[in-house]
Ligand binder design. Sequence first.
Ligand SMILES: *[C@@H]1O[C@H](CO)[C@@H](O)[C@H](O)[C@H]1NC(C)=O
Ligand SMILES: *[C@@H]1O[C@H](CO)[C@@H](O)[C@H](O)[C@H]1NC(C)=O
Ligand SMILES: *[C@@H]1O[C@H](CO)[C@@H](O)[C@H](O)[C@H]1NC(C)=O
Ligand SMILES: *[C@@H]1O[C@H](CO)[C@@H](O)[C@H](O)[C@H]1NC(C)=O
Length: 462
Amino acid sequence: MNSIVYTVIISFFCLTRLLTAAQCPTERGPLTVWLADATNCQADEAHCNRFGLDYVCSEEIVNPHPNATCQVGVKALCSFPPIPSSLVETPANTFKQLAYNVWELRYLYYQIGQRERTCRIIPETFRRHPDLDAIIFNEAFMGGCIAGFNLSYSGEKLTFRDILHEYGFKYITATIGNPPTPRKFENGGIFIASKWPILEEDNVIYEATQPLTADDLSQKGASYAKIQKTVGSMSRVYHVLGTHLQATDNIGSDNVRRNQAREMHGLMLSKNIPPHEPVIYGGDLNADRFSDLAADIFEILDASMPVIVGDQNYTKDKTINDIYDGKGSQKWIDYVLYSNAHLQPSKLATVQVVIPKTDDPFGVCLDEVRVWPRPLFADNPRCRKTKNITDLADHFAVMGHFQYEEDVTVDVTPTHPPTPPVVATTIDPAGINVQPGFPIYRCGLMMPRTAMPTRPTALITD
Ligand SMILES: *[C@@H]1O[C@H](CO)[C@@H](O)[C@H](O)[C@H]1NC(C)=O
Ligand SMILES: *[C@@H]1O[C@H](CO)[C@@H](O)[C@H](O)[C@H]1NC(C)=O
Ligand SMILES: *[C@@H]1O[C@H](CO)[C@@H](O)[C@H](O)[C@H]1NC(C)=O
Ligand SMILES: *[C@@H]1O[C@H](CO)[C@@H](O)[C@H](O)[C@H]1NC(C)=O
């Protein structure tokens, strides 16, 4: 009798151990994802690590989706790493805005390590810049990291939105141009993520395009977010507009970009933003910093380039980006600008090219124009070119850093437009040395220190 009870207890114990050992935890953390698409269909720790994710456990694939990459084999539960350093708060009158073209073109036509790179972008960005306030994303067409790539099957997702939300950027505008239309079947790839509440959002899809270019088939445009930053007892509103102007280059493209800039400026005007609130523009303008086109776009937006700091001179530099082979073009085409017609960043206005990257190289398939409907990883023999890289996109990011007067009036809407610029001294009454050319608002009054440089008033032809 005793031995039967004993055997039953032992068998039960062993069975329970066997079952629990074979099973993954029933409780999943917030940023976990099942990946069932390893090249050999045996997803293991290395498959999670491929994307910079931590390995949790593996299980046999059961009841796969009929379009899933692996119908039999093993899937792995992977977990996104926790935020590398806690977010840092800066006073409400300062604002750090990043613009980042993340090169997340859709699978089907491109194999450019989309998942491997973009899964690393957000942790590496916050590791270096824990004090960011908002990020404008460009070319986040699928959604970033483990995103959906295909209408009929993508597998489980863990997107930029999920990661940003968990990392403390809980306020995120819609990706513009979603859902796509039959004629413009790709979205605009643009959205704005903010650490602070977004009081209002809007967007425009550009009418100015060149028919049948890749730009025309995607719903490029401008995204607007009215962000309220509150720290301690101080609260400030920032108006952020993010865009990605036409990339295709052929006859007439520059005028398309000018017209797109006019449409973005129109979106800004439609918001009736009081002149004592700041307006920040950002994104890939596809206009080189020294070109007439860039000068025209700045004029159309009535915006200024902040003072450049840091040692990088290009936002897309094929000579140093290890996605490329050490040669090729160098361009500054990504921007964070401030509007001249609104509150001026009188205490600080800088822009810096920043390079989020990993310490350790990771392998990607760089088979750029490749018709294949799902991800090809570096260990897949179908991939015609693999590379170990540390850079996370074809562009670097660009970071605008602005600081405004503390004692500006924020709750009174002026009944008349700001007074025209008047020449004043370059020393602030409070003794703060400021850059010449930065007019300041104090209690709703514009007090420029020096005359703004006059811009050519020649008409831009269409
Ligand atoms: C979606 O993926 C499935 C499975 O890989 C593939 O058969 C199908 O052609 C893809 N559809 C599109 C529209 O790319
Ligand atoms: C599988 O993919 C095909 C082609 O894209 C699609 O027509 C079909 O609906 C998909 N099956 C399921 C169950 O989603
Ligand atoms: C950027 O340009 C400056 C001035 O010409 C130069 O000193 C600096 O080395 C350049 N930076 C890089 C990374 O090449
Ligand atoms: C990438 O690195 C791995 C591990 O060090 C190595 O085995 C592989 O050959 C490298 N691939 C390329 C294309 O250099």
